[in-house]
Design a protein around this ligand. Structure first.
Ligand code: SAH
Length: 376
């Protein structure tokens, strides 16, 4: 049967898979076996599922399939950051990045831990002026199988190519797209990620980043499925309207009020992300405004030096300027930490690789795979 009349089992939540399997006349516990084939053993078809009868496998193949994204390009930065450009079933391209953790837990511990940044939409409707994905516009929402396919594909690639078998320890929903605009699917993907018989991620190792969408923020908070990060980027409404015109439709005062009410567990804090753009949002008055916002919240502030996108007037601050800004925030009692940009040599900022790939295609040059692993 053609694929369009069947369903991708990677898109189903655990209860939905049970329903599907019992609907085919199979025993309920078979769903658990299939779940493990998909999420633990990374199966890409039913033939491998040798603990199922031939008949059951044929019944599954009749109505369903398993499909992961395919790797269109891999780039490895000199700092170990690895960026994948993935192709989805309809030919759309999305990005996911693996970032090595800075330091081992103990000097004797040689395990390499990585944080993976995943995309939730192809493109993004928010059109933030500094963001490469924003320039693409919105194409479509990603499915559960596509969102988590990023994890499965990266995990398999790491196992096959890296002798040290790095562990994907943390996940951040900070790639292409606005997660709260694809909330139902994002919540399904978190439930699947955290399923104890599957990938078994703890909610304490997952952060979902949003530019602040009124509808959905509270529902996400009540789910308790991951930490929240909010892309603030501007400490007053006027500047936010300039940098993030669509996100700023929810007034900054209302966003901050909603964050005051946001349900937090003990010791949990909201992460505020602040792209530092030279001369635009790093002036002394911005320090004061940020201090007023932070005083109202249980939050920590992550400072991210802007990665300039071609065609935008935004520049990164110099290291001195950044340090001055950071110190001025500390002087106001704000917990601000500079997050070093990684993978700059591989265009690792949000949406940049897809943009480079498309520019190369437009110019008739294949961008794919040419420097994969070159610097590893
Ligand atoms: N839509 C969500 C998720 C996208 S990730 C959100 O807005 O949070 C957004 C993050 O990508 C930003 O917080 C910032 O950390 C990063 N980012 C986007 N454009 C960037 C740029 N030009 N340079 C550096 N980081 C950028």
């Amino acid at each position: 049967m053609p694929e369009e009349n069947r369903i991708n089992l990677c898109d189903l939540t655990s209860p939905a898979l049970e329903e599907f399997v019992t609907g085919l006349g199979m025993k309920r516990f078979r769903a658990g076996q299939i779940w493990q084939w998909i999420w633990v053993r990374n199966a890409s078809g039913f033939d491998a599922m040798t603990d199922l009868s031939q008949k059951d496998r044929a019944a599954l193949a009749e109505k369903a399939y398993i499909r992961w994204p395919s790797v269109a390009d891999v780039r490895v930065s000199s700092d170990g950051t690895t960026k994948f450009l993935l192709e989805l079933a309809d030919g759309e391209l999305v990005e996911t990045v693996l970032i090595p953790s800075d330091a081992p837990m103990r000097p004797s511990d040689l395990t390499v831990r990585m944080t993976q940044c995943v995309s939730t939409q192809v493109g993004c409707p928010m059109a933030c002026s500094f963001c490469s994905t924003g320039k693409l516009g919105f194409r479509r929402n990603m499915t559960v199988g596509e969102i988590l396919g990023q994890v499965q594909v990266a995990r398999a690639y790491m196992n096959d190519t890296r002798p040290e078998h790095p562990i994907i320890r943390n996940l951040v929903y900070m790639g292409m797209g606005e997660p709260l605009l694809n909330l139902g699917t994002v919540i399904d993907s978190l439930n699947t990620l955290e399923h104890p018989k599957g990938l078994a991620f703890s909610p304490r190792r997952i952060t979902v980043s949003t530019c602040g969408i009124e509808k959905g923020m509270r529902e996400f908070g009540d789910s308790g499925l991951a930490y929240l990060a909010v892309s603030l980027h501007a400490p007053n409404q006027e500047l936010r309207e300039q940098l993030m015109p669509r996100a700023a439709k929810w007034h900054l005062d209302d966003l901050v009020s909603a964050l005051e009410q946001y349900p937090l567990k003990t010791r949990e804090r909201i992460t505020l992300e602040y792209l530092v753009i030279a001369g635009i949002n790093d002036r002394p008055e911005h320090v004061k405004q940020l201090a007023r916002i932070c005083a109202r919240l249980k939050a920590k502030l992550n400072l991210i030096p802007c990665n300039p996108i071609p065609g935008t007037p935004y520049d990164a601050p110099t290291p001195d300027e950044l340090l001055r800004f950071e110190k001025a925030l500390w002087a106001k009692g704000i917990t601000a930490i500079v997050r070093k940009s990684k993978g700059q040599d591989i265009e690792a900022a949000c949406g940049q690789l897809r943009a480079a790939h498309e520019a190369a295609l437009a110019a008739g040059v294949g961008a794919c795979g040419t420097d994969a692993g070159e610097e590893a």
